[in-house]
Write a protein that binds this ligand. Structure first.
Ligand SMILES: NC(=O)c1ccc[n+]([C@@H]2O[C@H](COP(=O)([O-])OP(=O)(O)OC[C@H]3O[C@@H](n4cnc5c(N)ncnc54)[C@H](OP(=O)(O)O)[C@@H]3O)[C@@H](O)[C@H]2O)c1
Length: 307
């Protein structure tokens, strides 16, 4: 256990900073569940998928290429199906949704886990800032394409970050989604992670006003040393890795909150929440702004229609 884990202890759920994904599923039999997870070949996605498959879930494991998806499922004990999903390519995302449809499954959970962080220079895809596109728009396409396959009590988890608080003070930059006027690596990452929370809030609102008991939540995994830091400079990366064991979560600990949200019985009715350390937490005020969430949904629909 890291020093932070020792100091933080556990929360009202009985889990906390140091809980691992394996501990979350310890008493669960997931053999009747089908769960899709993006970015299942690396870091938190790989660990979440491994643990869910180990407990009997049928895991639909996406990665950017066939090779990566197949290599990922080879690491999993249980039933895992490799799928290709490049979130920066709408065609690939739609093909992935088509491949899921061909499997004739009902989805019990969709975990929107894949992501990129802090690109040093501004990059765009289809005219939109790349982190916003990959982390938000790609997942928006995937989830909306798959909604009719989601079980009546299905769950959607948007993996976000505390870094959503690094988004611009006025929230989503509707007039600068290309980040042409103002780009900063962390600002843009935070902006995309704010979009992830708002996406979950709006989806939760829609579920609440439907005749299903579906839920949607946003989960922050915690700070963990993974490949996500690939774009950070070498010195910062070295410091992050060197001090990680004392202050960061391990990958099994980092995978716990999204696993808790996806399968634990205690979270079956949690809807529209921001989750951290396997407990309900407070997001930024922008991330709780339903008007912003509605507008982001509408703008995302317009973006997708134009792709
Ligand atoms: N680690 C942390 O400290 C931390 C903190 C807060 C939030 N998070 C969030 O946790 C999630 C998982 O991150 P991680 O730490 O496990 O990082 P990771 O090890 O780098 O895994 C990220 C995954 O996303 C995939 N991915 C990247 N770009 C993609 C694209 N264009 N299309 C489809 N998949 C793509 C990666 O595929 P490739 O391997 O092919 O690149 C990889 O499978 C992310 O959403 C991240 O924002 C992480």
């Amino acid at each position: 256990m890291s020093i932070t884990g020792f100091l933080r202890g556990k929360g009202p759920s009985g889990f906390g900073w140091s809980s691992t994904a394996e501990e979350i599923v310890e008493d669960l039999d997931l053999s009747d569940r089908t769960i899709l997870i993006t970015g299942s070949n690396s870091g938190l996605g790989a660990e979440t998928a491994r643990v869910l498959a180990m407990k009997g879930a049928k895991v639909l494991a996406t990665a950017r290429t066939e090779e990566k998806a197949e290599a990922a499922v080879r690491e999993m004990e249980g039933e895992a199906i490799p799928l290709i999903c490049e979130l920066g390519d709408p065609q690939s995302v739609r093909s992935c949704a088509g491949a899921v449809r061909d499997l004739e499954v009902e989805l019990d959970a969709i975990i929107c886990n894949a992501g990129i962080m802090a690109l040093p220079k501004r990059e765009t895809l289809f005219g939109y800032e790349k982190q916003f596109f990959v982390n938000h728009v790609g997942h928006f396409i995937l989830v909306t394409e798959l909604l009719d396959l989601l079980a009546d009590d299905g769950r959607v988890i948007a993996v976000t970050s505390e870094a959503h608080k690094m988004a611009p003070a006025d929230g989503i930059q509707f007039d600068d989604l290309s980040a042409e006027k103002h780009y900063g690596a962390w600002r843009a990452y935070g902006h995309s992670k704010l979009a992830n929370v708002l996406f979950a809030r709006e989806l939760a609102y829609r579920f609440e006003n439907s005749d299903t008991s579906r839920v949607a939540n946003a989960a922050h995994p915690g700070p963990i040393d993974t490949n996500l830091t690939r774009n950070i400079n070498v010195l910062a990366r070295g410091i992050w890795s060197a001090f990680g064991p004392f202050f960061l979560k391990s990958i099994p600990e980092g995978a716990a909150t999204q696993t808790w949200a996806a399968v634990h019985p205690d979270t079956a009715e949690l809807n529209g929440e921001y989750l951290l350390d396997c407990n309900v937490a407070r997001s930024s005020s922008n991330a709780a702004d339903l008007e912003m969430a509605h507008r982001l949904w509408e703008v995302s629909e317009e973006i997708v229609a134009g792709l």
